[in-house]
Design a protein around this ligand. Structure first.
Ligand SMILES: [Zn+2]
Ligand SMILES: [Zn+2]
Length: 345
């Protein structure tokens, strides 16, 4: 089978690899489409993200949709031909985090995650995967919507941790794929007044395709002042930082309403942030963070089936596997134009 192998920083090649062996608890999945995530771009372009550095040839990619090719003998609820998505992180199942449902921070799961420095991902034709982490999607579920489920569960997790509920207001910093999906997930949770801030007009325009939202181009106007003006000086109940920039991370304190909640979603490269804790304290406001997600795939699929969202509208570019180098290079170079790139396997 064909696999796109990252040899070292900036060098990715299509190789012929042996077909994976399917264990009794595994499902052999023929991969059809895989989303390109920001993390793939960091591994390809910079050789790593913080302490997670590529140290040997690795297959990237963790946002797949595919079809079941065959099943191991212990698999009962999936069959050949089923359309499926995979949950990329697998916990050990017995540490204190796994046992309390927080398997995303299980030390095993941190390393056992598709397409990171320690585990091969899905920019390849087939994968054998444990059935507990394989989710069936309806046959008529658009494939590209299936690809978007993995990034969507990131925002579902963030929205859940923020405590969002009906009547809340929110500001989202960063209108990339994750920022726009945060807006969609907040709407699904009944949050009406949402401000979306970015410095790229193209992204804000994309967000408008999903219905009315108050967009603020921070290049044209002062976003903090604008939000305060629109909320009678109060700020918003919820603040989501999805840009991963130390500037917007520091700004969150200024947007948050008294007793509100700031949620950090975007990963930054680890520089310290000048964070105004005394203002935060005077507001008795809260801060929370997310690391990937846990227990969200089933919820996301249920929501998409009952109340569909056209997440595939976020896909701006599709490339064939053989053109993966071009896909990654263009994604890095034209960051402002690419909302979401997808690889057709
Ligand atoms: Zn991702
Ligand atoms: Zn564990």
């Amino acid at each position: 089978m064909k696999a796109a192998v990252l040899k070292e920083k900036g060098v990715i090649e299509i190789e012929e690899r042996e077909m994976p062996k399917t264990g009794d608890d595994d499902v052999l999945v023929k991969i059809e489409y895989v989303g390109v995530c920001g993390s793939d771009l960091h591994f390809y372009g910079e050789g790593g993200i913080g302490v997670a550095k590529i140290y040997e040839p690795r297959v990237l990619g963790h946002e797949p949709v595919g079809k079941v090719e065959s099943i191991g003998k212990n698999v009962t609820d999936l069959k050949e031909g089923d359309s499926v998505i995979l949950e990329p992180g697998i916990g050990c199942g017995h540490c204190s985090f796994c046992r309390t449902g927080r398997y995303n921070i299980c030390p095993t799961a941190v390393r056992h995650f598709l397409g990171n420095p320690w585990t091969d991902g899905v920019f390849q034709e087939y994968i054998a995967y444990p059935y507990q982490y394989v989710y069936k999607i309806p046959d008529d579920f658009p494939k590209l919507r299936g690809v978007m489920i993995e990034p969507y569960v990131v925002v579902l997790h963030a929205v859940e941790r923020s405590g969002a509920r009906y009547g809340h207001s929110a500001v989202i910093l960063g209108a990339g794929c994750i920022g726009i999906m945060t807006m969609l997930a907040l709407r699904a949770h009944g949050v009406g007044q949402i401000f979306l801030v970015d410095i790229v007009g193209n992204r804000l325009k994309k967000a408008q395709e999903f219905g009315t939202v108050h967009t603020i181009n921070a290049k044209m106007e002062d976003p903090v002042q604008k939000v305060l003006e629109m909320t009678a000086g109060a700020g918003t109940d919820l603040v989501f930082e999805t840009a991963g920039s130390i500037i917007t991370q520091a700004q969150t304190v200024q947007y948050v309403k008294k007793t509100g909640m700031i949620t950090f979603v975007g990963f930054s490269s680890g520089q310290p942030v000048a964070f105004d804790i005394s203002t935060l304290m005077r507001k008795e406001a809260n801060v929370t963070t997310v690391f990937r997600y846990a227990n969200q795939h089933r919820k996301a699929l249920d929501q998409m089936i009952i109340n569909p969202i056209e997440l595939e509208k976020l896909v701006s570019h599709i490339y064939d596997l053989k053109d993966i180098k071009k896909a990654l290079d263009e994604n890095i170079r034209d960051k402002d134009k690419v909302i979401k790139a997808v690889i057709r396997i």
